[in-house]
Write a protein that binds this ligand. Structure first.
Ligand code: NDP
Ligand code: PYC
Length: 347
């Protein structure tokens, strides 16, 4: 196969390949199934920074003994009516979220608002699949987690905060939900790594080098620090995530996660916080139906020529579902190598 040739796989076919790689690397069915689902969703939705490129990181983390590939997450006995907790048991976050989401939705419908705490999980994935689980159940949702220290606070010069993603979803009956999901750094760290692999310089303003000077070199950025998005505003939101989804839930901050992991080549372990809201419960007794009012807001945004977040992703999803997922020869070779070699494929 030449370098320029591509192969088209259905999402089911790619799912089977990714799951087989993960099973071959020692993940049990619970872990492999949930991890494969988010990786394939990333590839399907053209989110390359969290698609199949992440498999090697998963394998490296397993090989380093930093995640338990045999973990079975557990929904713990209730502590407070509005707070549910899943112990990921040192496994990946994805099966823990899948386990807790239905209980979170039930609780949010009953109480109007509820929280799901995930403790002791390794988290490498995008957050939109998680909020979409909840919008699919008719709820508005927020998801947030720390990462590992790779971002300097605004005005600082050393990594302290994580790239700390924040995702929000609002259900739109009969349509794809309103969803945004972003790192609170200028870009996800995965983007820096993809620039390094492609030999492309970074845009100005993404990172500083190890001496605190602005850099466009991906290698210097990886050795230095990334910058928060929106200056002091992103820095404060990143700090809020350390507080709510690290300290408040009795789990690690990004600095502690890096200290425990010892490397940014592996996926970090820490906690995660998901919040679910019933729009009907919050709007009860007030004028206007919340979903109708929300539609008018979305129409007004689009009416100005602005695009809703996730529109690119949903368009890619529709394309992938109709035509399949197109992978390059190098990507197919990577999948074949990971399947053949398992953990021996990674250092
Ligand atoms: P992007 O900057 O690529 O996208 C952020 C969001 O903004 C998306 O919802 C995107 O929608 C939307 N968007 C982009 N451009 C526009 C536009 N012109 N108008 C309206 N909306 C727009 O995301 P990041 O690079 O910051 O993050 C990528 C992923 O990395 C996220 O999924 C995040 O969860 C993940 N991540 C995970 C971490 C972890 O620890 N697990 C850490 C950090 C990041 P669309 O997709 O349609 O373009
Ligand atoms: O892309 O910043 C990132 C990231 C960190 C952990 C998982 N993804």
């Amino acid at each position: 196969m030449s370098e320029s040739e591509t192969t088209i796989l259905t999402t089911a076919e790619l799912g089977r390949r990714v799951e087989a790689i993960l099973r071959g690397a020692g993940l049990n069915a619970v872990q492999a199934g949930a991890v494969a689902r988010v990786i394939v969703a990333g590839e399907r939705d053209a989110c390359k920074s969290h698609g199949i490129y992440r498999i090697e990181g998963v394998l490296r983390t397993v090989k380093a003994g930093k995640v338990d590939p045999q973990a079975v997450p557990e929904l713990l006995a209730q502590e407070a009516p509005a707070i549910l907790r899943v112990d990921a048991r040192s496994g990946f976050a994805n099966p823990a979220v899948e386990l807790g989401a239905p209980a979170l939705a039930e609780r949010a419908r009953r109480l109007g608002v509820a929280a799901l705490v995930i403790n002791d999980c390794t988290h490498f994935s995008a957050l939109w699949p998680e909020v979409e689980l909840l919008t699919g159940m008719g709820l508005a949702a927020l998801a947030l987690c720390p990462s590992y220290a790779t971002v300097a606070p605004t005005g600082g010069n050393r990594p302290l905060l994580g790239t700390n993603p924040l995702a929000f979803g609002w259900p739109r009956p009969g349509r794809t939900p309103y969803v945004f999901d972003f790192a609170t750094s200028v870009a996800a760290r995965g983007e820096i790594e993809l620039h390094r692999r492609a030999g492309r310089p970074l845009p100005e303003g993404w990172a500083i080098d190890a001496d605190g000077r602005p850099t466009t070199s991906p290698a210097a950025a990886l050795a230095g620090a990334m910058l928060p998005f929106g200056g002091h505003k992103g820095s404060a939101i990143g700090t809020m995530i350390e507080l709510l989804a690290g300290i408040m839930i009795g789990d690690l901050t990004s600095a502690e996660a890096l200290e425990q992991l010892g490397s940014t080549a592996l996926s970090p372990a820490h906690g995660e916080l998901l919040l679910a809201f019933s729009p009907e419960a919050f709007a009860a007794g007030r004028p206007g139906a919340p979903f109708d009012r929300a539609e008018r807001l979305f129409e007004a945004i689009a009416g100005q020529g602005a695009r809703l977040p996730s529109r690119r992703r949903f368009a890619a999803r529709a394309r992938s579902e109709a035509e399949g997922i197109r992978l390059t020869a190098a990507e197919i070779a990577l999948l074949d190598r990971l399947l053949a070699l398992g953990l021996d494929a990674v250092a």
